[in-house]
Write a protein that binds this ligand. Structure first.
Ligand code: SIN
Length: 280
C-alpha cells in the first residue's frame, strides 16, 4: 500500500511503502508518477539499494544520461551513476564535491535539458548529531503562478540564452566540455511535459542573457525573476538521512546543495539523471 505524505512546503512529498530494491509494479509506478508531477520532489526513506537497483528504478522514468565527467566520477561498469562526494581516497576525490551549490535546473545549458534527477544518500555528514549537507528545492511553477499578470505577459514570449562557456562558476568549463554545449535559447516560461503547468525557467548563473534584449536590461530581469523563484515561500529544504532516495523534476523545481560540511564529516551520494526534451 503506497502512501504519499506532502512535505507541507511549496514542493516535496514522502513516498511510504515502496522498497526500491524490489521491482516496482505498474500500479505503484503510476502512483509515484502522479505524485512526482504534483509535488516535484519525492523522497523514499530507509532504502538499501545497489547500484544496479538505482539504475533500474531511475530507468523507469526515462533513458539515463552519462555525465561528461563520468570518466572521473562514474562507477566502474555503471557509468549512469555519478558520484557526488567530499571523500578522498589515496589523495584523489572519489566524486564531484561541488556538483551544484548554486540554484540550477540540471543541464539547462543543453539543447535537451535533464527531465529528472535521482540522488541516493549512501553517507550523510553529521556533526554532533546535527545533519549537514542538505539540498534546497525551489518550486518554479508556484513562483510563476505568483507573478503579477503584467510580468507574465511580458516574459511569456521571451527566450533565455544559456551559454555554457559564459555561465558564472568558480571554475571555468574546460574548452572541450564547453564545445559540447553551444549556446541555446529556451523559453523563460516553460510548460510541464505531462501536466502543461507553466514554470519559470531562469536562474542567475546559467541564464546568461535574453534573446533580442540588451545585456543590461536582460541581467536586471534575470536577477529579479531568479530571486523571486527562491523566495522562502517557494523553497523546501531536504535534510538527508542515510538511505534516502530523492528524485526531482527539473521542469518544476530548481535546486542547490548546501556546502556547510567538511571532512571528517563525509557525504557520499549516487546520482542518476534522466534525459529530457527541448523545453516548450
Ligand atoms: C546536484 O545538484 O545534482 C546535487 C545536489 C546535492 O548534492 O545535494
Amino acid at each position: 500500500m503506497v502512501e504519499i505524505r506532502p512535505s507541507g512546503f511549496a514542493a516535496g512529498a514522502e513516498v511510504v511503502g515502496v522498497d526500491l530494491a524490489q521491482t516496482v509494479d505498474d500500479d505503484t509506478f503510476a502512483q509515484i508518477s502522479e505524485a512526482f508531477d504534483t509535488y516535484g520532489v519525492l523522497c523514499f526513506r530507509n532504502q538499501d539499494i545497489t547500484v544496479d537497483q538505482h539504475v533500474a528504478f531511475s530507468s523507469l522514468i526515462g533513458e539515463l544520461e552519462i555525465n561528461y565527467n563520468a570518466h572521473l566520477y562514474g562507477i566502474d561498469g555503471s557509468p549512469e551513476i555519478y558520484i557526488i562526494s567530499n571523500i578522498t581516497e589515496d589523495g584523489r576525490p572519489i566524486g564531484s564535491r561541488r556538483a551544484g551549490d548554486n540554484w540550477h535546473s540540471d543541464m539547462i545549458y543543453a539543447e535537451k535539458p535533464a527531465r529528472a534527477t535521482m540522488l541516493y544518500a549512501v553517507e550523510v555528514p553529521i556533526l554532533d548529531g546535527m545533519t549537514l549537507g542538505g539540498t534546497q528545492f525551489a518550486n518554479s511553477a508556484a513562483a510563476y503562478d505568483a507573478l503579477p499578470d503584467t510580468m507574465k505577459q511580458k516574459i511569456t514570449p521571451l527566450k533565455g540564452v544559456f551559454d555554457f562557456s559564459q555561465r558564472k562558476r568558480s571554475v571555468p568549463p574546460k574548452p572541450e566540455v564547453a564545445a559540447r554545449y553551444p549556446p541555446v535559447a529556451h523559453p523563460l516560461v516553460r510548460s510541464h511535459p505531462n501536466t502543461g503547468r507553466k514554470s519559470l525557467n531562469v536562474m542567475r548563473d546559467d541564464c546568461t542573457g535574453i534573446a533580442d534584449m540588451a545585456q543590461e536590461e536582460a541581467d536586471r530581469l534575470i536577477e529579479a525573476l531568479a530571486d523571486h523563484i527562491v523566495r522562502p515561500e517557494f523553497v523546501y529544504q531536504h535534510n538527508w538521512q542515510k538511505g534516502d532516495f530523492v528524485m526531482w523534476d527539473n521542469c518544476t523545481v530548481q535546486h542547490r546543495a548546501i556546502l556547510d560540511y567538511d571532512l571528517p564529516q563525509r557525504r557520499l551520494m549516487w546520482r542518476t539523471t534522466v534525459k529530457g526534451e527541448r523545453p516548450v
